[in-house]
Design a protein around this ligand. Sequence first.
Ligand SMILES: C[S@@+](CC[C@H](N)C(=O)[O-])C[C@H]1O[C@@H](n2cnc3c(N)ncnc32)[C@H](O)[C@@H]1O
Length: 321
Amino acid sequence: MNAAGQQFAFFDLHPPVDDMTAEVQRGLQESPKKLSPKFFYDERGSRLFEAITRLEAYYPTRTELGLFDAHLQQIAALIGQDSCVVEYGSGSSLKIRKLLQALAPSAYVPIDISKDFLLSNAQTLAKDFPSLHVFPVCADFSQAIALPPQTNGMHRVGFFPGSSIGNFEPEQARTFLTRVAGTLGRGGHLLIGVDCKKETKTLELAYNDPDGVTAQFNLNALAHLNRVLDADFNLRAFAHEAHYNEDLGCIQMFLRSLVEQRVDICDEHFHFAAGECLHTENSYKYAPAEFAQLAGSAGFDCQQQWLDEKAYFGLYLLRAR
Ligand SMILES: C[S@@+](CC[C@H](N)C(=O)[O-])C[C@H]1O[C@@H](n2cnc3c(N)ncnc32)[C@H](O)[C@@H]1O
């Protein structure tokens, strides 16, 4: 505890490396082969994602920040005081700082899978907000998470910006939101940013930036597995691709094998044909009415929604029933 009475405690619920090996091997045995997008995020992946958010082509972050600047005072008034903000996939972002300033909550629980990045960002944030209790939790948010006992009895406010909800398949998104509603408890709020459907050209440019930062981010998933799982992916033998699938309403990212090759992960071998794609991410886009319907089916009422003038991005304040 510091002079201002601040508490800081770190909770590590990180899944063991063995589980990660089995999960990666299972994904590579599927047809088509796939990897979970959570493997993008080691420390370098988190930094590359930050670089993406600053790209001209990548409209979601600046549009969401614009919505924050325009509406945070109103959001704070709707939520009220003495809350505990629980951020799912906290990374490092300007958005949480803006929310904490506007809301002045009692506690903040950043949840992230990238342990070192989580801890260092939580420590920096605790220094910058000396009267805020900070309880970082290293966990996979697609699993059930017990929140730190220090937050029991507080009004919980979930925060899930950046359209990360779009990384789940729609049915998984419903499961995730249902679990979040349960964690936040009846009357708890969820402030969530969701990318809208729009013309293909704008969407595809955002995921195929001319500087190749998104390509580096996509390939970094392989570098991450090489480092953590003793895999031997040759990064020069894969190429980044991203397309908008209009039927599904989602951007799909792939790593295309440029040659026929074998990859070893621990004691398993995986064969890639020349031209074969490894699917690394889906990013679903939701029209506002579609998202309100999804949230409703997961136990939330939509209290208020805000869109930018081009209707590129939506910010929704939900309330658990
Ligand atoms: C796209 S960043 C978002 C950062 C910040 N919330 C924002 O909107 O700017 C996603 C963050 O979620 C984390 N993440 C991704 N998948 C996760 C998972 N399954 N469980 C926990 N954290 C996850 C990553 O480590 C990363 O920091």
